[in-house]
Ligand binder design. Structure first.
Ligand SMILES: *[C@@H]1O[C@H](CO)[C@@H](O)[C@H](O)[C@H]1NC(C)=O
Ligand SMILES: *[C@@H]1O[C@H](CO)[C@@H](O)[C@H](O)[C@H]1NC(C)=O
Ligand SMILES: *[C@@H]1O[C@H](CO)[C@@H](O)[C@H](O)[C@H]1NC(C)=O
Ligand SMILES: *[C@@H]1O[C@H](CO)[C@@H](O)[C@H](O)[C@H]1NC(C)=O
Length: 169
C-alpha cells in the first residue's frame, strides 16, 4: 500500500499502458478493520515464530485459538488513526480514478453475494458460484473482540465515528 501511494503516478501510468484493472476492497466499518489488522499482525507474528505462516485460516480449531487474542487499541490515537485511514482511502481513489476499477465493500459482499457476480462481470470472466473456504476468525460483537472496549467506546462516542461502535454486520 505504501509503495502504491508513493509511486502512484508511475503505477497508474503502468496500469493504463498495460490495461490493468483494479479492485478496491474496503470496509465500511474502519474500527472493525483496525481490529482485523491488529489480529492479523498478531497471527502473522505468532506463526512466524513457529516457522510457518498461513495467511488464511482454514482450520476452525486454529481460528478459535486466534480469536482468544484480543488487541488493545490505543484510544488516544484512535480518532486520528481512523481519520488517516479515511484520508488514505480517499487519496487512493483519487490517484487511481482514471484506472479501470470497481469499488467493493466487505460488508456489502458478506450481505449480498450478488456483488461477487458484479466482480466476475467486471473481470469479464464467466459467472460461477464462488464459495469461500476461509473461516472467519471473529464471530460476535466487536465489544467482545477488544481488550479495552470501554476506552474505545469513550473515545468514539459523540464523534462521527460513533456508528462504528454499533455496526455489527
Ligand atoms: C506454536 O507452536 C507451539 C508448539 O508446537 C504450539 O503449542 C503453539 O500453539 C503454536 N502457536 C501458534 C500460534 O501456532
Ligand atoms: C498511545 O500512543 C501514544 C503515542 O505513541 C503514546 O504516547 C501513549 O502512551 C499510548 N497510550 C497507550 C495507552 O498505550
Ligand atoms: C471519510 O469520511 C467521510 C466523512 O465522515 C465520509 O463521508 C466518507 O465516506 C469517508 N470516506 C471513506 C473512503 O471511507
Ligand atoms: C445486491 O447486489 C446487486 C448487485 O450489485 C444489486 O443489484 C442488488 O440491489 C443488491 N441487493 C440488495 C438487497 O442490496
Amino acid at each position: 500500500m505504501e509503495g502504491l501511494m508513493q509511486n502512484h503516478e508511475e503505477i497508474a501510468e503502468y496500469f493504463r499502458i498495460h490495461g490493468v484493472s483494479v479492485i478496491f476492497l474496503f470496509r465500511r466499518n474502519l474500527l472493525r478493520r483496525m481490529i482485523s489488522v491488529l489480529a492479523n499482525e498478531y497471527d502473522r507474528k505468532a506463526k512466524l515464530l513457529n516457522g510457518t505462516h498461513k495467511s488464511h485460516t482454514h482450520s476452525v480449531k486454529e481460528a478459535e485459538i486466534l480469536a482468544k487474542y484480543k488487541p488493545k487499541i490505543n484510544a488516544t490515537l484512535l480518532k486520528q488513526n481512523l481519520r488517516q485511514v479515511n484520508d488514505t482511502t480517499t487519496k487512493a481513489l483519487g490517484y487511481f480514478k482514471s484506472t479501470r476499477h470497481i469499488i467493493l465493500y466487505y460488508e456489502d459482499v458478506v450481505k449480498n453475494r450478488t456483488k461477487l457476480l458484479d466482480v466476475q462481470d467486471f473481470l469479464k470472466v464467466p459467472r460461477m458460484d464462488l464459495k469461500s473456504h476461509q473461516v472467519k476468525i471473529h464471530k460476535g460483537s466487536l465489544s467482545s473482540q477488544v481488550e479495552n472496549w470501554n476506552d474505545v467506546n469513550k473515545a468514539l462516542i459523540g464523534t462521527h465515528y460513533e456508528s462504528f461502535l454499533h455496526q455489527d454486520h
